[in-house]
Design a protein around this ligand. Structure first.
Ligand SMILES: Cc1cc2nc3c(=O)[nH]c(=O)nc-3n(C[C@H](O)[C@H](O)[C@H](O)COP(=O)(O)OP(=O)(O)OC[C@H]3O[C@@H](n4cnc5c(N)ncnc54)[C@H](O)[C@@H]3O)c2cc1C
Length: 185
């Protein structure tokens, strides 16, 4: 019934919407970030090695920007992670306070899912380490690593990888089978 009711030109069928948002907390249970106390943020910072960016900080607009410039969302807090411990700490924080959150890797997802409004943006874009095992022809990457970062590190070992055509894309796309790339053929 719901699907039929929403089946109008230009509308996304309800079941698609509910699938896309099924992992988010129910609206009634989400704490509005503005209600989060300064004490909670201070406590968070005490165990966080990276930097925490708030809307009043000068670098806020630059850090919330992603590849798709049409996306203009305003997270209430950005946690710029520098280690796996920072990521765990950020996730524990959003769980503990039941906050909406988004994950930013390379920031290239066209829908702009990397940035949320009035929630915590967990920013992994500073985590760019790439380790290449030359013998096994295998690379290990951190989640903020772009295809350009990976390609540069692999080429330093004389290795070429069939990646995608657009070198600013994040590591997310490396999980997909290479389908379009300079050397994919
Ligand atoms: C112009 C263009 C060209 C492209 N060309 C190619 C190509 O040639 N080859 C290719 O393989 N791909 C291509 N892509 C696809 C692109 O690589 C993917 O969008 C990829 O997922 C981007 O990775 P990222 O790390 O930059 O993601 P980001 O933009 O950083 O997004 C982070 C990811 O986390 C997810 N996420 C965020 N918050 C949550 C949450 N709360 N819960 C669960 N998940 C969450 C988002 O949905 C997103 O997938 C292209 C995209 C564009 C726009």
């Amino acid at each position: 019934m719901r699907y039929e009711a929403n089946r109008q030109p230009g509308r996304i069928p309800y079941f698609l919407c509910s699938a896309a948002f099924s992992t988010l907390p129910e609206p009634s249970t989400v704490v509005v970030m503005s209600q989060l106390s300064q004490t909670a943020i201070k406590e968070f910072k005490a165990d966080f090695a990276g930097s925490v960016i708030l809307p009043e900080d000068p670098q806020y607009d630059e850090v919330r920007q992603i590849w798709n410039a049409m996306i203009d969302r305003r997270p209430s807090m950005i946690t710029r992670c520098t280690s796996p411990a920072d990521v765990v700490h950020s996730l524990n924080f959003v769980r503990q306070h039941n906050l909406p959150f988004s994950i930013r890797g390379g920031g290239h997802n066209i829908a702009g899912n990397a940035v949320c409004d009035d929630g915590v943006m967990i920013d992994l874009s500073l985590m760019k380490k790439v380790d290449i095992d030359q013998e096994l022809h295998r690379g290990y990457v951190e989640p903020g690593c772009t295809l350009a970062d990976f390609d540069t590190a692999a080429q330093a070992h004389g290795l070429a990888t069939p990646l995608a055509v657009c070198r600013i894309k994040g590591r997310e796309s490396q999980k997909q089978r290479p389908f379009v790339g300079f050397s994919a053929g």
